[in-house]
Design a protein around this ligand. Structure first.
Ligand code: WT7
Length: 658
């Protein structure tokens, strides 16, 4: 089973590279390792990088953290401000419901905003720009005041500690302000990416039992106006518990004003810009973020104040090597974990300037993204392989029109970066000067887990080694380490402060998904291999979770969206390799009696999926079939579909019903 999945991954990778560059390497059938680790070249850190690195003694630190994990994280925690110190660093007594910094009193806002007011109130915290050229800058002091006003307004609406606030906003300063205001008063935010459909939004609001939703009238993307409020209106009809909808009004577009609607400007206008930061227990929840798994129902991943702030602060300082004058740009959206940890909380805790851009990288021209880097003199740039591949396709002339000399460090996240894209990023964007931090992590891990630090020698396409204090390994299904060079399941063998604490209202799912798949370890759901030098090479998911342009979405979710179309009885969905997006979704569909295959029907079904889940779940191909391969218990065997589609050996089909 494992070998089969590995072979599929290697084939996917090879297929992707082939489409990128006809000349690329031949792929050997038998030996996985050869196909995986064809890149021998090592990129050593320059003298300049070595001299300036925040963490210089890498080997000693890794050794120290391994031998004294609690002390290691305690020292990280001591670098932050707390209202009251913890009595105990780590409590594993109620496995797998681990606790950190027990007895500690804190609030992430104390470190993201409050503490800066004394020393850097006038420093720019957020630079925001959108594709229409509108921009805004907020200093730490201004940001704090905005946060306080909204925090007071939320309190006036009856929100208190522990209440959930849903946020459905474009990439505008108000999304950060809303998250921070929620944290400030001890409420729990649940940000829903503004590309999700009304149904997906309603499902998340209801699961979290949110009392308030913060949204906007419109968003802007690729020259178009996205009428967010229309989506919200449709969702709100299905959300009885929701009390109020706060609307950020940005345009003169006409919107429907319902009885729950109130305007952001109106409610903050009369509020004071001072507000006490709520004193939280280290283990009190900070946010819920929904992510896809193997069932159609998304999981509400719960993160807490104390451990999360420690993990995120430590990783951002070491991985991105942040300095006082950095202009830091992470191109993700705050609606995903990358945005939570490394657009909002991380950079603010580090006290740097974080850039937010509302728009796409290649509109109105393919060099938009490089123009923004040049304009704001971005020094640290963090993006996703899918974006790198898309930019690479436009050709070198676009980045070359701009001065990228301000850049000193690059990052990658979201999916495996193929060596071709890595090298292009390194040479053309980083001008062979900037180390690339390929950071592996997940919504659940809260912080970066496997990554180089600037002092680590790099290999193109490898996330290198676990962050100090993290014990990752590649094992078989019994938890036994596989030999170097062989593929297996990626697991984390110990615990870390920023780890998820639970699946919201579903501890059973938490236990089963993460702690019972591979005895004793945290199961990541990813496949990986270590090469002879111990470098990690992440291959993709083992489970039926797709990664489309770095967005995680379950096969099961798309299948249940497919069957909402009246013509569809049953559907199976698999991921197929794609040169830009990494993966795309292909659906195998059984039609109801009386429906005939046609191009129109394909279009209608695709549209239905888009309507049900939102534009991130685009289905690229649909095939009509009479039957789907199933187990005797009726589960669709997606690996059989995948093997047939990709021309791979089908393998063990003894579980097949007929
Ligand atoms: C999945 C997590 C927090 C990152 C943003 C996505 C894949 C993430 C890498 C990487 C190879 C990666 C994994 C992981 N992934 N980063 N550097 N190399 N794969 O967060 O939506 O929770 O998805 O993204 O498959 O399990 P997410």
């Amino acid at each position: 089973m494992l070998a089969q999945v590995m072979r599929a991954r290697v084939a996917i990778r090879a297929a992707r590279e082939k489409t990128m560059d006809k000349k690329t390497q031949s792929q050997s059938e038998g030996d996985l390792t050869e196909a995986l680790f064809k890149e021998g070249e090592i990129y050593k850190p320059s003298k300049d990088v070595l001299e300036k690195a925040n963490l210089k003694n890498y080997d000693e630190t890794v050794k120290y953290a391994k031998e004294n994990p609690e002390k290691f994280w305690e020292e990280a925690a001591e670098k932050l401000e707390w209202f009251k110190k913890w009595n105990k660093v780590f409590d594993p007594s109620n496995k797998p419901f681990y606790k950190w910094f027990i007895g500690g009193k804190c609030n992430i806002i104390q470190n993201a905003l409050d503490k800066h007011l004394k020393t850097k109130g006038n420093k720019t915290a957020i630079i925001w720009e959108n594709e229409r050229g509108v921009s805004r800058k907020l200093t730490y002091s201004e940001l704090s005041k905005e946060v306080n006003k909204l925090a007071n307004a939320l309190k006036a609406l009856g929100i208190s500690r522990g209440d959930r606030i849903a946020i459905y906003l474009p990439n505008i300063p108000e999304i950060a302000i809303s998250m921070l205001a929620s944290a400030k008063i001890g409420a729990v935010h649940s940000v829903v990416y503004a590309g999700y459909s009304a149904g997906a939004l309603a499902e998340r609001i209801n699961d979290a039992e949110a009392k308030i939703l913060i949204t906007a009238d419109v968003g802007y993307r690729r020259g178009k106006i996205i009428k967010l409020k229309d989506v919200v209106d449709e969702a709100v009809r299905k959300c009885p518990v929701l009390e109020k909808v706060i609307v950020v009004k940005r345009s003169n577009e006409e919107i429907n004003i319902g009885e729950k609607d109130i305007f952001y400007d109106k409610i903050v206008e009369k509020e004071s810009d001072e507000c006490e930061t709520e004193i939280m227990d280290a283990e009190d929840p900070l946010f819920i973020l929904y992510t896809s798994g193997t069932t159609a129902k998304p999981k509400g991943v719960v993160h807490v104040h104390g451990g999360y702030m420690v993990g995120v602060a430590r990783t951002i300082n070491w991985v991105f090597d942040l300095k006082e004058d950095d202009i830091y740009w992470c191109t993700a959206n705050p609606g995903w974990i990358t945005g939570h940890s490394y657009i909002v909380y991380g950079p603010l805790m580090a006290g740097v300037t974080t850039l937010m851009y509302e728009g796409v990288p290649d509109w109105p021209k393919p060099d938009k993204i490089w123009q923004v880097v040049e304009k704001y003199k971005v020094s640290v740039f963090y993006t996703a392989p899918t974006l790198i591949r898309a930019m690479m396709k436009y050709g070198d002339e676009w980045p070359k029109r701009h001065s990228l000399s301000s850049l000193r460090l690059l990052g990658s996240v979201g999916e495996p970066i193929n060596p071709e894209a890595w090298k292009w990023y390194y040479k053309i964007i980083g001008e062979s000067r900037c180390p690339i931090m390929d950071t592996w992590w997940q919504t659940e891990t809260g912080m970066i887990m496997i990554t180089p630090l600037p002092v680590v020698p790099l290999k193109a396409g490898s996330a290198t080694f676990p962050f100090p204090g993290i014990e990752a390994d590649v094992v078989d299904k019994n938890g036994k380490t596989v030999p170097l060079g062989k593929g297996g399941f990626l697991v984390i063998k110990n615990q870390w402060p920023a780890m998820l604490r639970n699946v919201f209202k579903n501890p059973k799912r938490y236990r089963e998904t993460y702690w019972e798949k591979i005895p004793g370890y945290y199961a990541t759901g990813d496949l990986a291999a270590k090469d002879k030098d111990g470098y990690f090479w992440i291959q993709g998911r083992t489970d039926d979770v797709l990664n489309i342009s770095g967005h995680r979405i379950g096969s099961a979710e798309i299948e249940s969206a497919l069957v909402t179309h009246e013509a569809v009885v049953e559907a199976g969905v698999i991921g197929k390799p794609d040169p830009i997006k990494g993966e795309t979704a292909k659906g195998f569909v059984i039609l109801k009696e009386g429906y005939k295959e046609s191009q129109e029907l394909v279009q209608a079904i695709k549209l239905q999926v888009r309507k049900t889940l939102g534009p991130i779940a685009v289905i690229s191909e649909i095939s009509f079939v009479d039957k789907l391969p199933k187990t005797r218990s009726g589960k669709i065997m997606r690996r059989v579909l995948r093997a047939k589609e990709l021309g791979l050996p089908v393998g063990d089909v003894s579980g097949l019903a007929d």
